[in-house]
Ligand binder design. Structure first.
Ligand code: PGA
Length: 250
């Protein structure tokens, strides 16, 4: 069974609600492609207007974060039920910026992944090494550890439906894209790791994205790799170029 590509934009802390509506109106004719899943992960306050603006299109609206508790005294957090009620189907979990600036750990990532599945939301689970780790030759060991902890107590059926985003931190927002070989090597290792935790069928089903300076000019080559099932796109997802990335093969 061929895996359907999934191309997701990560807007980060950009776009006010009215700007979000404007951007979706600009992008919606450009991102038409039924062969891939197209997701716009937007700031929480933009979710509802974005959902409205994307109605009737192929665009899925996703979230950039979610808390792992059901509800209660967690000032400032967004619950899974809030996302579900707003129609959200995808949530980015454990982006490196959340790990770096908001103290997220492999353990909190695991709690969030479990909670997302409990509510029927597909997590886009982020992993990836720093430049120092790459230079020290520990990239694959490090990423394998991130994946093993993120998927603790996740069932095979859930894991098969998950999305994993491999994002080398040194390639994020730097314009310094990983080479196709570097990206494929780690995505392949992640798939093998999923195969070790579960089985071959789960490894064959899980979708693995590459992220880090994906652009209209490198998307086609990256997405042609055997183990790369699409991309998580930051900067370029805020521009008309995102349409070219979604239609990379054409
Ligand atoms: P970038 O960001 O495409 O701007 O490098 C990717 C990401 O952080 O998801």
């Amino acid at each position: 069974m061929a895996r359907k590509k999934i191309i997701a934009g990560n807007w980060k802390m950009n776009m006010t609600p009215s700007e979000a509506v404007e951007l979706i109106n600009t992008l919606k004719p450009l991102v038409v492609n039924d062969e891939v899943d197209v997701v716009f992960c937007v700031p929480a306050i933009d979710i509802i207007p974005a959902m409205e603006a994307a109605k009737g299109t192929n665009i899925h609206i996703g979230a950039e974060n979610m808390y792992f508790e059901e509800k209660g005294a967690y000032t400032g957090e967004i619950s899974p039920a809030m996302l579900v009620d707003a129609g959200v189907k995808y949530v980015i979990i454990g982006h490196s910026e959340r790990r770096e600036y908001f103290a997220e750990t492999d353990e909190t990532v695991n709690k969030k992944v479990l909670k997302a599945f409990e509510h029927g939301i597909t997590p886009i689970v982020c992993c990836g090494e720093t430049l120092t780790q790459r230079e020290q030759g520990v990239t694959i060991d490090f990423v394998r550890q991130q994946i093993k902890i993120a998927f603790l107590n996740v069932t095979a059926e859930q894991a098969a439906a998950a999305v994993i985003a491999y994002e080398p931190i040194w390639a994020i927002g730097t314009g310094k894209v990983a080479t196709t070989e570097q990206a494929e090597e780690v995505c392949k290792a992640i798939r093998e790791c999923v195969g070790e935790i579960y089985d071959d069928a789960t490894a064959a089903a899980v979708r693995i994205q590459y992220g880090g300076s994906v652009s209209a000019s490198n998307a086609a080559e990256l997405f042609a790799q055997a183990d790369i099932d699409g991309g998580l796109v930051g900067g370029a997802s805020l521009k008309p170029d995102f349409g070219k990335i979604v239609n990379y093969g054409k």
